[in-house]
Design a protein around this ligand. Structure first.
Ligand code: KG4
Ligand code: ZN
Length: 339
């Protein structure tokens, strides 16, 4: 039997991506990162949409060239249907639909958040997939979710954020410290030289498995305001400690809920996905917890499959294709795509 070749296209936010997978193996994974948003302190939708339009043909072409595959050989085209920014999603969806029509190939509409989870099935040296059922903590710039994954097509959200996502908590507090967007990686970098117990910030008091970061964010802001007169010097003098303490606060909120969900479900296979799952403090905390609890297993993916990428879209496409889940040409980009 032929191993299917899937082209994946990702344009949910500010990165234009195309990847080709043969089975679970990545033949190419191309991402064009839009740096224009850095100076605006966040993603500007119109600029993102325009940049996707400018880049998409070239990105798909690079993916086929690097994979040494002709478009005609592709078995199906998977694309991000949502959730994300509508102006960005529309570009990828239109491109995928046009290509599928021109080539006479099946089209597969992929949920971006489910693809983050399914990135764990990419086969690569050093990567091991969790067994079903597993519990996945998905932490990105727009979402924070605890998901029970029973099979590639059966996933249940058991906890989510009621306000900001974990990535937003990193990015918004990083902005208060003067870092460009997205600030999460800067906090991680500077936290390495700081004391995580130097400052303490508010923790949410929610009993359920849901997350909240707005109180935490406000308490960081108040603390900086309290030192308003010497605001800049205060930040300059305490930057590593501030970063380490912010990282400690956010990752502690995440770990606490993951622990709670593990206890409630009894699931011992624990996976992490999404851009924030690159965070070294979060990985360290989860590794320590798992090491102290024999029987628990934690799974992380390499950084290139944590942040937005098209390989995870092609991976989700592969798993859907195997199950015969195909979309028709009337499928549309949907910024608020339901689970
Ligand atoms: O999954 P992703 O690439 O895009 C979305 O779907 O949102 O996640 C982006 C988020 C941003 O908020 C970014 O600041 C955060 O991931 N991030 C990090 C780190 N690297 C990326 N947050 C904390 N520490 C990091 N090392
Ligand atoms: Zn994402």
């Amino acid at each position: 039997m032929n191993i299917p070749l899937i082209l994946g296209i990702e344009t949910s936010c500010d990165d234009t991506g195309a990847a080709i997978l043969r089975g679970n193996k990545v033949l190419s994974n191309v991402t064009s990162v839009q740096l224009i948003h850095e100076k605006h302190g966040g993603v500007v939708p119109e600029l993102a949409g325009r940049a996707h339009m400018e880049n998409i043909s070239e990105v798909v072409q690079s993916a086929t060239q690097q994979a040494k595959v002709a478009l005609e050989e592709i078995d199906a085209i998977a694309f991000t249907q949502g959730p994300g920014l509508q102006v960005s999603l529309v570009v990828g969806a239109s491109f995928a639909k046009g290509l599928a029509m021109a080539l006479g190939k099946p089209l597969i509409a992929v949920n971006h958040m489910k693809a983050h989870i399914l990135s764990h099935f990419i086969e690569e040296e050093g990567m091991k997939a969790p067994s079903f059922p597993f519990l996945c903590l998905t932490v990105s710039g727009g979402h924070t979710q605890l998901v029970v994954v029973r099979s590639p097509l059966s996933m249940e959200i058991i906890g989510k954020t009621i306000d900001d996502a974990a990535g937003e908590a990193f990015d918004k507090t990083a902005k208060m410290l003067g870092f460009p967007y997205p600030g999460g990686p800067y906090i991680d970098l500077h936290a390495k030289n700081g004391n995580p117990k130097a400052f303490s910030f508010a923790k949410p008091k929610i009993d359920e498995l849901d997350f909240s970061f707005s109180g935490f964010k406000t308490s960081v802001l108040y603390m900086l305001k309290k030192n308003k007169d010497n605001h800049v010097t205060f930040i300059e003098d305490n930057l590593p400690d501030l970063c380490a303490s912010i990282q400690e606060g956010i990752t502690e909120i995440l770990l606490e809920k993951l622990k709670k969900a593990q206890l409630l479900t009894g699931i011992k296979e624990l996976a992490l996905s999404g851009g924030v799952s690159i965070n070294s403090g979060l990985r360290h905390k989860i590794r320590n917890w798992v090491d102290e609890n024999p029987g628990l297993n934690a799974y992380f993916t390499p950084g290139k499959y944590c942040s937005d990428n098209a390989a995870m879209i092609a991976m989700a496409g592969q798993l859907m294709y195997r199950e015969g889940v195909i979309s028709n040409q009337s499928v549309a980009a949907n910024a608020r795509l339901p689970w």
